[in-house]
Ligand binder design. Structure first.
Ligand SMILES: Cc1cc2nc3c(=O)[nH]c(=O)nc-3n(C[C@H](O)[C@H](O)[C@H](O)COP(=O)(O)OP(=O)(O)OC[C@H]3O[C@@H](n4cnc5c(N)ncnc54)[C@H](O)[C@@H]3O)c2cc1C
Length: 440
């Protein structure tokens, strides 16, 4: 089934959509005479961040969104802002060496600070809470978690708090885990409230934002590109950022197929319980942190400010939505917290993450469309914080200092084997192996 059809299904019952107020509407782009310094495709966290940073540097910016602000992964995710990248640091070290890998890790931490800074600067109330808890489901995984924590402390000067089994119950009331780490600098938030706050900030700074403006074609010229929208409008821009995630090539199928082949849309799902008495919700995760286990197909969860358990997990490599989504997520919730057995699920939804082959972010330029065309993709399910930083790096590059952007752009990426048609079966096979390993 086409991705956009499946996706329509997944947006229906989101806790975020039900609890965030859309106070601003942005009219569709119209006409054909418009121009700007920079056009941005996609009003998710990456595009919004770039828009703010570019405007603050004096650029005239137009941001085009096919649907609504935060409609993609940015308005639907688990809300967990965590240090590091989706891949481990060894992947980055192997390609760039230790010094550059340290620079990359440092930027992942700067990304966390950037969220706090923007919330303060633009007065965005998005339910931010400090703290991330990583938990291991077996002794083997606890050893791996410990080794990773030791490596971050010794090589990256980023110490984490280690939690052995006897103390773990003070942090989380689940029998599933044997050890954990805690990071106070990471945290969690309501992602749609954050997106809408960034959009309000961008508009306040003078960014011209247009919703319902899907870009279907881009023509490259000598010093500018021309964007065409599904409503027949046109816009000329001297520089361009593509921040459309897995949806970019759904709306504009002929655009940069080589880029599309380097990411794979993978479905991931979230359920949210009914509100509980505050004490009951707080007792689940007494430290109040966002929690992830260390499995390859991981469970990620947290409590909300209105005392619900918001629980993410499962994956779909075929883009088909799992049957009985709410019931299957309730089962997963109860496996982690037996005390949640029978608690009603009020919302269940999902979205797609842009997985790259090595799980490293894929940032760069598209010379085929012109020297001044940039793209951001491949956040691989770890983009809540990093998208903000990525937008900032693009702004730095467009303003003349590409040194930090180019650190990421030097990372090599490969297409999924088999192209669009065969990459799904190949990935499903690979995943079967990882699922087996998750059991031990
Ligand atoms: C269910 C789920 C849970 C997740 N949980 C976490 C988490 O807890 N922590 C974490 O770090 N990450 C998480 N992620 C990943 C994170 O949400 C993403 O990495 C991040 O939001 C990507 O932001 P983006 O701006 O690149 O893309 P998106 O937010 O997807 O935005 C892209 C936008 O571009 C628009 N667009 C695309 N093509 C066009 C076009 N041609 N014309 C106009 N507009 C276009 C789309 O409509 C969309 O709004 C999760 C993702 C999902 C789906």
């Amino acid at each position: 089934m086409p991705l956009l059809d499946t996706d329509r299904d997944l947006t229906r019952h989101s806790y975020y959509a039900a609890t965030a107020k859309r106070s601003l509407d942005f009219a569709a782009l119209q006409g054909g005479a418009g121009s700007c310094d920079v056009a941005i495709v996609g009003a998710g966290l990456a595009g919004l961040s770039a828009a703010i940073e570019l405007r603050e540097r004096g650029f005239d910016v137009v941001l085009l969104e096919a649907r609504q602000v935060g409609w993609g992964a940015s308005g639907r995710n688990g809300g967990q802002a965590i240090h590091g990248l989706a891949c481990d640091q060894a992947t980055i070290e192997a390609q760039l060496g230790l010094a550059e890998a340290k620079r990359v890790f440092g930027m992942s931490i700067e990304a966390l600070d950037l969220i706090r800074q923007r919330c303060a600067q633009f007065q965005i109330d998005c339910d931010w809470r400090d703290g991330y808890l990583g938990v291991a489901t077996s002794e083997r995984k606890a050893r791996a978690l410990r080794a990773d924590a030791d490596m971050l402390a010794s090589r990256y000067d980023y110490p984490l708090c280690w939690i052995d089994a006897p103390e773990l119950s003070q942090w989380i009331a689940s029998p599933r885990y044997v050890a954990g780490i805690h990071d106070a600098r990471s945290g969690h938030l309501h992602p749609l409230k954050y997106c809408l706050g960034l959009a309000r900030a961008a508009a306040g700074l003078g960014v011209r934002l247009h919703e319902k403006s899907g870009v279907t074609r881009i023509d490259s010229g000598r010093n500018a590109v021309t964007l065409h929208t599904d409503a027949g409008a046109r816009l000329q821009a001297r520089q361009l950022l593509l921040a459309g995630n897995v949806y970019l090539h759904e709306f504009a199928p002929a655009l940069a197929p080589k880029l599309a082949a380097r990411i794979m849309p993978v479905g991931t799902y979230i359920a949210c319980s009914k509100a509980m008495p505050a004490a009951r919700a707080d007792a689940l995760i007494p430290c109040g942190a966002a929690v992830c286990d260390t499995n390859f197909v991981l469970d990620y969860f947290r409590t909300t400010v209105d005392h619900r358990l918001l629980y993410g997990g499962r994956v779909s490599y075929s883009t088909a939505t799992p049957a009985n989504l709410a019931a299957s997520m309730a089962k997963r919730m109860a496996a982690t917290f037996p005390q949640m057995q029978g608690v009603e699920i009020e919302y269940a939804w999902g979205g797609f993450v842009d997985i790259s082959m090595n799980r490293a972010p894929d940032f760069g330029r598209l010379p085929a469309l012109g020297d001044q065309v940039y793209y951001l993709q491949g956040f691989s399910g770890h983009g809540l914080a990093l998208t903000g930083m990525a937008g900032k790096l693009v702004a730095e590059a467009m303003a003349g200092d590409a040194s930090r952007f180019d650190t990421f752009a030097r990372l090599k990426h490969h297409p999924f084997p088999g192209g669009r048609a065969l990459r799904t079966p190949a990935l499903v096979l690979g995943m079967a192996y990882h699922r087996l390993r998750d059991l031990f």
